[in-house]
Write a protein that binds this ligand. Structure first.
Ligand code: S3P
Length: 436
């Protein structure tokens, strides 16, 4: 049980550099493994999810060394992975599982993927079915893990239309497509984060997105070469402090080296649309764009988000709910049914936890409606991550608005993406409230 910091008199102040991006850390490891020669990842995220990927790749015969946030991978090429004697334990990591499914489907050996209780309830047919159209043979257990992958020669995907707006599914198909004999084309439902495409091209692959933003063509059998990659700060981690600074009076913070890939900056747009006080300065970068984000406290207006808005803010929707809970009016979030398939059913867990603050939030099948006009009336001072890192951190941010002392159960879930979260939060608090 973690005691949460209540309202700091001066708000949040200071400058912070958040840890490396989770999505890019996973992909950097995988692409390093299937390239020839050495890859170095700097500012790698040493959180539980990414460490699951790292260990799985070691089990597949890849020599990987990690010194804190620097990782060195001795890549063995597209056909250099070897069978693991043991099942690959993907822990809590949905991204790692789905991307690995695509990567392992085209190998010459079989693999078995298992995960923790939460991951074992998440849908895997969303990768099994599209990969099957490329000739992959993947056995699931009632649509879930354990997953047994029979390594097979794959066929190209021929204008395959993705059924869900999911970067994980898209990336699984891309990682399968590079193993096919001819070029593949896949069509996204809506544009989603494009880290796989960018990184594959940086390693020497050829993945092109058409002007429609949704049609992706993947050239087969690329000769990938190891690279030196600096992982930008994770926008999804910065988002917790952007939200905290917006809703805690008196705040003024700077977040440096934050990844600003346009497929990930939905929360910046949301804050701007809500009347938040946000300034973005782009920095020089190679590959993924990055920059500095300055956020000051502001009075917020309500917002309406629909399906088209969701992919760029998918992991920040708990924070959008929290922002809306302080806004002067009613916000409507719709088209977000994908939230039900995250580490928890996030529509349910967001509603449960925000109701503990007395927030007027109503669950909808595909989102929620929030009236931010009433004062919060704390109903219960014990919050719960429900084993979901982003729900735990959202409630730690919410606590910063309260004058009462509150606690968080199952706080260890935060290690999934942000082991340093409470230390970084303390860094932005005035000395007298640190280590509260
Ligand atoms: C991710 C894609 C998103 C996101 C997840 C990371 C990725 O999931 O929610 O945290 O790295 O590709 P979906 O693709 O299932 O939407």
């Amino acid at each position: 049980m973690q005691t949460l910091t209540s309202r700091p008199a001066t708000g949040l102040q200071g400058t912070l550099t958040v840890p490396g991006d989770k999505s890019i850390s996973h992909r950097g490891l995988m692409l390093g493994a299937i390239s020839m020669g050495q890859t170095t990842l700097t500012n790698f995220l040493p959180a539980d999810d990414c460490l699951s990927t790292l260990t799985a790749l070691q089990q597949l015969g890849i020599d990987i060394n990690r010194d804190d946030t620097t990782v060195t991978i001795q890549g063995r090429g597209l056909h250099g992975l070897t069978a693991s004697a043991q099942p690959l334990d993907m822990g809590n990591a949905g991204t790692a599982t789905r991307l690995m499914a695509g990567l392992l489907a085209g190998q010459t050996f079989d693999s078995t993927l298992v995960g923790d209780a939460s991951l074992s309830q998440r849908p895997m047919a969303r990768v099994q079915q599209p990969l099957a159209t490329m000739g992959a043979e993947i056995d699931l257990t009632d649509g879930h893990l354990p997953m047994h992958i029979h390594g097979r020669s794959l066929m190209a995907a021929d204008h395959y239309p993705l059924q869900v707006a999911s970067a994980q599914v898209k990336s699984a198909l891309i990682l399968a497509a590079i193993q096919a004999p001819t070029a593949s084309t896949i069509i996204e439902k809506l544009p989603t984060r494009d880290h796989t495409e960018r990184l594959l091209n940086a390693f020497g692959g050829d993945v092109q997105t058409a002007a429609d933003g949704r049609t992706i063509t993947i050239q087969p059998q690329p000769k990938l070469q190891g690279q030196a990659v600096t992982v930008p700060g994770d926008m999804s981690s910065a988002a917790f402090f952007m939200t905290a600074a917006s809703i805690v009076p008196g705040s003024n913070i700077r977040l440096t080296q934050v990844g600003l890939n346009p497929t990930r900056t939905g929360l910046l747009n949301v804050l701007q649309r809500m009347g938040g006080d946000v300034t973005v300065t782009s920095a020089k970068s190679v590959g993924e764009p990055l920059g500095t984000v300055t956020v000051k406290a502001a009075s917020l207006n309500p917002i309406d988000l629909g399906a088209e808005d969701i992919p760029a803010v998918i992991d920040e929707l708990p924070l959008v709910a929290l922002l809306a809970a302080t806004a002067d009016g009613v916000s409507h979030i719709t088209g977000a049914e994908e939230l039900r398939f995250k580490e928890t059913d996030r529509i349910a867990t967001i509603v449960t936890e925000l109701q503990k603050l007395g927030v007027a939030i109503t669950e909808q099948p595909d989102g929620f409606t929030i009236d931010g006009r009433g004062d919060w009336q704390l109903q219960t001072p014990v919050f719960d991550s429900h084993g979901d890192h982003r729900i735990g951190m959202m409630m730690a941010v919410a606590a910063l608005r309260l004058t009462e002392t509150t606690t968080l159960a199952d706080e260890a879930a935060i290690n999934i993406s942000y082991p340093r979260f409470f230390t970084d939060l303390q860094h932005l608090l005035p000395t007298e409230v640190r280590n509260a």
